[in-house]
Design a protein around this ligand. Structure first.
Ligand code: NAG
Ligand code: NAG
Ligand code: NAG
Ligand code: NAG
Ligand code: NAG
Ligand code: NAG
Ligand code: NAG
Length: 808
């Protein structure tokens, strides 16, 4: 399936086979003593009656199996585990066996018979298990002959609580080490005997806890009978501490999410944030966080003298708008584990400063504005000025870093912990080896951090402008480029990213031009041509397929901007975005290296010969919306895409939509060589506000999304003069006419799948019309669009897109 040839055929057969493979499984039944599951067997799981939850073996990326409970119906996206038994060493090999015994309950053994895990120590002596049940609540229970539970997964939570689950005194939730590493991580939520529920960081081997970064405040010293007794996640979705006097101290509250239509969970994430999130039972949607703690800034909340902070030693933590931390290394440092951004940063140079004969030649200070490492002080000099503070650290061989603020100078030793940015009065000076300024090359074969999930699917395409007519492309490209240029002076700061200092390196790989020439076999296989360059297929020395975009030579004189923008793009990670792996900047060459996605562009998928399934198109529409929500609202620097179109949306091997070319609008601005073209009135994906002098906002992407949504519904191009001519030639116009006349069936014609789901078709068309409003202020935000698509927010009747002004 990674083969570009014959893809259409593959697409079609995939559609038939994959989405709803039916499964005959043991169901609605008690699990009797003596039954067993074998890791690697096809149906090595027991389902709850509703099939919402499965208990059994789930294969991990390393090929081994996790004994776990997961949402059985959520198969489109990454599996969400709510409980796991053998996370500690992730190591039940194929052939491991889980058996239910009456005396010991569950016993997991590897193929050689070595016991890996069991419930035996937790079942009271003398009692015997009669059967087990995978309850629809997500609780796996071992029951005695009177159906009293002897052991239940709800009483042994890992990192997740489900509605109805209770955590008694001395209970805990422990984070995992990484999104795909199920061994214990550095964070715990504990219910303490004194009545408080607290979030702590811990020292890993000893589990010794450091200062709490959240305290519920439910220890009542004045009257002990009012103390907190337990943490409850009740069935209507509130997480609270129940006190002795029955009062409730709410920790996280879910508001009004429908309980019947959504899965809900509370999870202590591997980054230390406790989140309450929901997922529509519709498999194509994904998890959304409603509430989280710490609700201000975990980077600042974790501040004790000991421990590493959320990001590990020597790193810098930034808070994202979704409350989750993101981590980066200062210049001269790189991640301990290049696949894990939370592993902390190691210096790329020798730090025995005092051993150096010529410290001034070997070390310099890197200025990092707005940043602080609050602990590890060994000296405070005040009052002092900034220049003296710098000199003092540079000249003193014990000093690893200095922080200057308000005429005071704090000198620090390594390792630095709890680093964070966004602190306007702070200036950090970090001592780095001059050697390291030209980054130590990564050993061959290692790849930069990425969601481990994606590692296997490192496949397929980046391309632009596959499959549209050359003429339409020309007009679009000219339109975008010239408009970008036209708005440049006015809007320098508005487009996404405002300039900032290049003091922080993201973990992108820097390729040499030679490496990329070899990887692409001399730029031989062209995948597509985009608005600012040609895309070639390539393969790195570690056999990873990549798409290499050779940018036109417009960036020649803008070394610094290029680096800044590329780093911004490199820090943008989301499952609905195409991942940037690295770049090359050498002489006049500017290249971007992306992961390669196997299933080509959305344009090819939608407008090919074989009509894709409606279900799959729904999933794609949701995916694009989510990617845009992330770019607009959730990544640390807002990014306006400015060029959303089906040629820029790629499909990964699971047909998830992945947006490409984001962040390039800013790069294009650097190009001043294009001349202005008269493009007024061109119909396409470009919002009308482009063509006015109006301020460019995220709403231009919302407009383009509206166009794409209609194309997804109808499987046809927006502008297609071959179709019946007249009003039908322009989809955006025709769709509104059909909607206004109550003739939606004309839009979808003989698409029976969509016809049978006409309520959703209507919802989607209404959302699209909202997106296409002339007045950008009337267009909804992408977040609202997403909620409307998912049916979580009602869609009101849209006005005519042109009712506001008369353009054209
Ligand atoms: C798995 O972990 C257990 C306890 O943590 C340990 O005794 C066992 O040796 C580990 N197994 C492997 C294969 O690492
Ligand atoms: C699931 O658990 C609920 C609450 O504990 C209980 O009422 C119900 O009978 C259980 N279902 C099964 C199938 O055991
Ligand atoms: C959490 O609870 C488990 C079992 O109750 C215990 O083994 C573990 O040490 C606890 N972890 C912490 C950090 O308290
Ligand atoms: C403690 O609180 C309980 C219930 O709120 C109350 O009945 C009791 O009188 C209180 N005791 C004291 C010593 O205040
Ligand atoms: C859950 O807790 C909230 C907050 O105390 C309360 O309003 C709600 O009624 C509770 N729901 C149930 C089912 O107990
Ligand atoms: C810089 O590189 C040289 C030669 O590789 C080495 O001897 C020296 O120790 C390095 N300096 C630092 C600060 O790492
Ligand atoms: C700056 O330092 C002075 C004297 O040490 C102090 O009075 C003042 O409050 C400080 N200002 C800030 C913003 O911390």
């Amino acid at each position: 399936m990674h083969n570009l040839l014959g893809k259409d055929q593959l697409v079609c057969s995939f559609l038939v086979v994959l989405p709803f493979s039916t499964v005959v499984a043991q169901n609605n039944a008690n699990i009797d003593v003596g039954l067993s599951l074998t890791a690697g067997d096809n149906d090595a799981r027991w389902l709850s009656p509703s099939e919402d939850f499965a208990f059994g073996f789930h294969q991990l990326e390393n090929g081994n199996f996790l004994l776990a409970i997961w949402y059985y119906k959520l198969t489109n996206q990454q599996t969400t585990f709510v409980w796991y038994a053998n996370g500690e060493n992730n190591s039940a090999p194929r052939g491991s066996k889980l058996e239910l015994y009456s005396d010991r309950g569950l016993v997991l053994k590897d193929p050689r018979g070595t016991q890996l895990w069991s419930t035996s120590g937790e079942i009271a002596a003398g009692s015997s298990v009669f059967y087990a049940v995978m309850n629809d609540t997500g609780n796996f229970q071992l029951l005695d002959e009177n159906s009293n539970p002897l052991w239940q997964s709800f009483e042994h939570p890992m990192d997740t609580l489900l509605p109805g689950q209770i955590m008694e005194i001395d209970g805990n939730l422990t984070s995992r080490k990484g999104e795909n590493d199920f061994s214990s991580g550095r964070f715990v939520l504990r219910m303490l005997p004194d009545g408080n529920a607290v979030l702590n960081t811990i020292n890993l081997p000893s589990k010794n806890s450091y200062d709490a970064y959240y305290i519920s405040g439910t220890n009542d010293d004045a009257n002990q009978s009012n103390r907190g007794l337990r943490v409850v996640y009740n069935t209507s979705g509130d997480l609270y501490v129940l006190r002795g006097n029955r009062e409730r101290e709410i920790i996280l509250s879910e508001g009004s999410i429908s309980t019947s239509d959504n899965y809900r969970r509370v999870t202590l994430n591997f980054d230390g944030v406790l989140t309450l999130s929901y997922h529509s039972k519709e498999p194509s949607s994904s998890w959304d966080t409603i509430a989280y703690i710490p609700d201000d800034n975990i980077c600042e909340k974790i501040s004790g003298e000991k421990g590493t902070g959320p990001c590990g030693y020597n790193s810098i933590c930034s808070i994202q708008s979704n409350g989750r931390p993101s981590c980066k290394c200062p210049k001269g440092y790189s991640f301990f584990d290049p696949t894990d951004a939370f592993s902390g940063c190691k210096p790329d140079f020798l730090t025995n400063y005092c051993a150096s004969d010529s410290p001034f030649e070997e070390y310099s200070l890197e200025r990092i504005p707005n940043t602080d490492w609050p602990t590890s002080d060994y000296e405070l000099i005040t009052p002092y000025d900034q220049q003296s503070c710098q000199n003092s650290c540079l000249h003193e061989c014990l000093c690893g870093a200095a922080i200057f603020r308000n005429n005071s100078c704090w000198k620090k030793k390594l390792p630095l912990s709890n680093g964070r940015d966004g602190l306007s009065e702070f200036m950090a000076f970090l001592k780095v080896g001059r050697n390291s300024s030209s980054k130590i090359p990564r050993p061959p074969g290692t790849t930069p951090p990425r969601d481990a999930k994606d590692q296997d699917n490192l496949v397929i395409v980046l391309s632009s402008l596959f499959g549209t007519s050359a003429f339409a492309n020309l007009i679009l490209v000219a339109a975008i480029c010239s408009i970008l240029f036209f708005n440049y002076k006015k809007n320098k700061k508005l487009l996404g990213i405002s300039p900032r200092e290049t003091c922080v390196e993201s973990n992108l790989r820097q390729f040499t031009y030679k490496e990329l020439t070899e990887a692409t076999n001399g730029f031989k296989e062209e995948l597509g041509r985009g608005s600012c360059g040609i895309v070639y297929k390539g393969e790195t020395e570690s056999s990873v397929l990549v798409a290499v975009k050779k940018l036109d030579k417009v960036f020649q004189d803008s070394h610094k901007e290029f680096k800044v923008e590329v780093n911004v793009i490199g820090q943008t990670h989301h499952k609905n975005l195409v991942r940037l792996i690295g770049y090359c900047e050498e002489n006049q060459h500017r290249l971007l290296v992306y992961e390669f996605l196997s299933n080509g562009t959305l344009a090819r998928f939608l407008f090919g010969d074989c009509k894709p399934s409606w279900t799959q198109r729904i999933q794609i529409a949701h995916g694009i919306a989510r990617g845009l929500v992330y770019l607009h609202e959730e990544c640390s620097t807002q990014i306006i895409h400015c060029d959303i179109k089906p040629q820029n949306i790629l499909l990964d091997e699971y047909y998830n939509a992945r947006i490409s070319d984001f962040g390039l609008a800013k790069l294009l601005l650097l190009d001043q060589s294009h001349t202005k073209t008269n493009v007024r009135g061109t119909k396409g994906y470009v919002a009308p506000d482009w063509f006015r002098s109006a301020k460019v906002s995220v709403k231009v992407d919302v407009y383009s999304f509206g166009v794409i949504l209609l194309e997804i519904i109808c499987c046809r191009r927006n502008v297609d003069m071959e179709i019946g001519g007249g009003v039908r030639g322009i989809l955006t116009d025709w769709a509104y006419d059909c909607y206004a006349d109550g003739k939606l069936d004309a839009l979808i014609e003989d698409d029976m799948e969509a016809m049978n789901d006409i309520k959703r078709v209507e919802r989607f068309v209404k959302v699209a019309i909202w997106c296409l409003q002339e007045d950008p202020n009337i267009r909804p935000t992408m977040k609202k669009v997403m909620l409307m698509l998912e049916g979580i927010v009602q869609v009101s009747v849209p006005p005519s897109p042109c009712s506001f002004t008369s353009v054209n």
